[in-house]
Design a protein around this ligand. Structure first.
Ligand code: F6R
Length: 608
């Protein structure tokens, strides 16, 4: 949610910290700040608003420091303001802390500190950490952090500097991501690799309850209980281009257009034509178990949950397995029934979503095997799951998920083929499914090439206040996803429904001002969807249909049609969602919204 970057090295810290903050701004953007150890002592500067506001605020100042920490915030405790922005400093003015996460026992700690005479100025839980460290400091910053964090209950990733220890940054993690990155005569601390990728791709992830002491040429990791940790660095294969806009106005637009390539990457090296199945390296050790499972639970949040619903259709239809899809936030607090035959699939783009991580931990605690479908390599869910499959979509910077969604569906399709071939489906059907998946990138490209058609529809409807999205079967989750995309980036109220449910309530909303987007592709339930369209038209609703190329009939029954290429029915979501992503994007641009950083939202929701 928030972003952390820290630098210690041979270069001046400020430009590197600001560059890192700009690259992390997609994670949180209601305030930003920086702390440095200058010759005159610790300085900290912070402002409400985006990183550019901080840059403007610093414009007249010159800094020479080679060590510093910085933060971009998504408010949890206290409104976005200069005072509540991070870094937070202790009363002595020696110590500065940046923090992602939530300190659950902050009220109790605050009371104790106030009784000790500490003056608490902000509404943040982070300020408490600064005072605790100040309280425990004798002559060793790492030990002061260790003593302080052992009192803290909650989630945190922190980076700390102290003017009395100018040669180190101390970092600690519990439940929120944090990494150390190594360059030549310089080291970095960051909550997300995007912050440091311009300088190095060599990263070491901290695990929960670990503390790192980072100096120019070195770093040491130990647990909070003081056990030394040796960990190999990972080399990231993300390129710098992957985190830049490459001529697009917004990351979301770039990411929508990357989908032919990202879907290709999700399949690369995984299709086994000879045996009409797929090869998924992350599952090789689990094949015996997978052949025995009797039931699947898929858990996720938001867009990833929509992908899970599509996975339910695929796995039931082709692997013959009963599937339940659960919101991770609900699953974690229920008493799910898990037995030997239950497989839990966990879907997360970031691999850090707090609810999804907690749901996975709960499932594993109850004895389930949990497999991750994750984008961020080395993320917590990827590391803590029993195995899994990376979706290889590359960094997704736009807050609204697009390319990760289609790659999640692609990986669920591959898992379906794998499990299906162990069970029901014939080699012929396996080959047919593989051939259909292989055709997807080209078909998506043909849709993207007609972006102008969607833009024209967006121009007609962007001033509407409400939208309804309808779909049936495997396209019902696409209706949910289309509605979510529209509401989160354009702030237009939108609802997704199974088309036939409309008559049980939402039909009351339909009049000439209500645009209704209907996914009406030529499939086994086409006629039923056409009846639903008639019900909308009879009440003067405006219908925008997503239909299959070659359907000559539909245009007479709707106001607008956007055609997508034909594909095997179960894989239509991979195509039908693309015009919905584009439509949401263009409406948001026309409404002058900040597409990549919608209000109140953050990429990677690491708090509950
Ligand atoms: C919507 C969106 C969110 C995420 C959700 C889960 O566009 O991006 O709904 O899908 O927060 O995030 P991950 O997949 O990172 O667990």
């Amino acid at each position: 949610m928030c972003g952390i970057v820290g630098y210690i090295g041979h270069r001046k810290a400020t430009p590197i910290l600001i560059d890192g903050l700009k690259r992390l701004e997609y994670r949180g953007y209601d305030s930003a700040g920086i702390a440095l150890i200058e010759d005159e002592g610790l300085i900290h500067e912070k402002t409400a608003g985006k990183v550019d506001a901080l840059v403007a605020h610093l414009a007249d100042r010159t800094f020479t420091s080679h060590v510093g920490i910085a933060h971009t915030r998504w408010a949890t405790h206290g409104e976005p303001s200069d005072l509540n922005a991070h870094p937070q400093v202790d009363n002595s003015g020696n110590i500065a802390v940046v923090h992602n996460g939530i300190i659950e026992n902050y009220r109790a700690l605050r009371q104790i500190l106030e009784q000790q005479g500490y003056k608490i100025l902000s509404d943040t839980d982070t300020e408490i950490i600064a005072h605790l460290i100040g309280f425990h400091y004798e002559d060793d910053l790492t030990e002061a952090v260790r003593a302080s964090m052992s009192l803290v209950v909650g989630t945190y990733a922190i980076a700390v500097i102290d003017k009395r220890s100018p040669d180190v940054i101390v970092a600690a993690r519990n439940g929120a991501p944090l990494l150390i990155a190594c360059g030549e005569n310089e080291n970095f601390v960051a909550s997300d690799a995007a912050a440091i990728l311009s300088y190095t791709n060599k990263v070491t992830y901290l695990e929960d309850r670990e503390i790192a002491t980072v100096s120019i040429n070195n770093f040491q990791i130990s647990t909070i209980e003081k056990v030394k940790v040796d960990r190999q660095a990972t080399e990231l294969d993300w390129t710098l281009g992957a985190i830049e806009k490459a001529g697009h106005d917004y990351f979301m637009h770039k990411e929508i257009h990357e989908q032919p390539e990202t879907l290709h990457n999700a399949m690369r090296g995984r299709l086994n034509f000879e045996e009409a199945t797929v090869r998924l390296n992350g599952l090789t050790d689990h094949l015996d178990d997978l052949s025995r499972i009797k039931r699947v639970i898929i858990t996720a949040c938001g867009t990833s949950w929509h992908a899970a619903l599509i996975g339910e259709y695929l796995l039931e239809e082709y692997a013959g397995l009963p599937v339940e899809v659960e919101y991770a936030s609900e699953f974690r607090y229920r008493s799910p029934i898990i037995d030997d035959g239950t497989l839990v699939l966990v879907i997360s783009q970031s691999g850090e979503t707090a609810d999804t991580l907690a749901a996975m931990r709960e499932a594993r605690r109850k004895g389930a095997k949990a497999l991750g479908i994750v984008n961020s390599v080395g993320s917590t869910i990827a590391r803590e799951s029993d195995g899994g499959v990376y979706i290889h979509a590359g960094p997704e910077i736009g807050v609204a998920s697009t390319k990760a969604f289609t790659s999640q569906i692609m990986v669920l399709s591959l898992i379906t083929i794998l499990l299906g071939r162990m069970r029901n489906i014939s080699a012929n059907m396996g080959s047919e499914m593989i051939a259909a998946l292989e055709s997807v990138p080209e078909k998506i490209q043909s849709i993207l090439d007609r972006e102008d058609e969607i833009k024209k529809i967006a121009e007609l409807y962007y001033q509407s206040n409400n939208f309804l999205y309808l779909g049936r079967g495997v396209n019902f989750p696409v209706a949910l996803e289309g509605a979510l995309k529209l509401k989160e980036i354009s702030y237009i109220h939108a609802e997704g429904y199974p088309a036939a449910e409309m008559k049980h309530g939402p039909i009351a909303l339909i009049d000439e001002k209500m645009p209704v987007v209907v996914i009406a592709t030529k499939d086994s339930i086409y006629d039923k969807v056409m009846s639903n369209i008639s019900q909308v038209r009879a009440r003067k609703g405006r219908v925008i249909a997503i239909a299959t190329e070659g359907d000559t009939e539909i245009a007479q029954h709707v106001n607008h049609v956007f055609y997508i290429p034909a594909i095997k029915q179960c894989f239509t979501p991979l195509l039908s969602v693309i015009p919905l992503q584009l439509m949401a994007y263009h409406m948001a641009v026309l409404r002058d919204c900040n597409v990549d950083q919608p209000r109140n939202l953050a990429k990677s929701v690491t708090v509950e």
